[in-house]
Design a protein around this ligand. Structure first.
Ligand SMILES: [Zn+2]
Length: 254
């Protein structure tokens, strides 16, 4: 029995359960004898199954566990409470939000990039690993979100420009996106969309997403040739991609 190859496949599937379309990832392995149902962070449903188990068995198994699954999938996430002391992700680091009334002294540094992006008296200001947020508490969330988008706009533009220059390619038009599930995309007209929430990820994760979209200029698919292009543009993309998958749900919390 030595050297027997283990066969594995992975596919996207979906099933209709009690009025809901539930998408799941079906992972088959010849080393597996039983069915297992799991829910990953961010609500991704994964079914592990023996290699040749008929689809009908798998669907039956999912129907059997429909209550358990739907209960967890439909649970609303805890609402975020915007307050002094909360921890926010930025460029793979952690910032602490410091909420201050307007009267307090404000530090002089304007932003991450020493670039004035139209701050007013109530704009957050980065000081080391603290994000100082002056002003009323009611609009704290809106002000922090605006600040994040501004930082994302500057950082992503700089990285896109840098990576294109490095490859000797013309910088494509791009826009900031607010998509709920995807990090980036390339439109048929050649406009790159990048999610503003990427600014929460590490620089390596951000570069990977930009290179992923740049690779789509040559390969408008996810073929082996596409991934070879990604590897060429972004050495080390595997670990960045893995980290983004792992941390992604956290970056999507706001
Ligand atoms: Zn893609």
């Amino acid at each position: 029995m030595k050297n027997r190859r283990i066969h594995r496949t992975e596919e996207s599937a979906s099933i209709h359960l009690a009025g809901h379309d539930v998408a799941y990832t079906l992972k088959r392995s010849s080393a597996r004898r039983t069915l297992a149902l799991g829910l990953r962070d961010g609500g991704r449903v994964v079914v592990n199954a023996p290699f040749r188990l008929p689809r009908g068995h798998i669907d039956g198994f999912l129907r059997q566990h429909a209550d358990w699954l739907l209960q967890r999938l439909l649970r609303q996430p805890e609402p975020m409470i915007w307050r002094d002391g909360m921890v926010l992700p930025l460029l793979g680091r952690e910032l602490r939000l410091v909420h201050r009334g307007l009267a307090g002294p404000m530090p002089s540094q304007l932003s991450l990039f020493d670039q004035d992006v139209g701050q007013d008296a109530e704009s957050p200001v980065l000081e080391g690993d603290r994000l100082i947020c002056p002003g009323g508490r009611g609009s704290l969330e809106a002000r922090v979100m605006l600040w994040y988008r501004q930082q994302a706009g500057i950082w992503l533009d700089q990285r896109l420009e840098h990576l294109c220059r490095e490859q000797g390619i013309a910088q494509p038009a791009w826009r900031l996106s607010n998509a709920r599930t995807r990090w980036g995309s390339l439109s048929p007209a050649g406009v790159v969309s990048l999610n503003w929430r990427l600014i929460k990820a590490s620089p390596e994760e951000i570069d990977y997403v930009i290179c992923h979209e740049l690779a789509h200029f040559r390969q408008r698919n996810h073929s082996a040739a596409f991934w070879a292009e990604v590897a060429r543009l972004c050495p080390g993309h595997e670990s960045a991609r893995r980290r983004l998958k792992e941390h992604g749900p956290h970056y999507f919390e706001f």
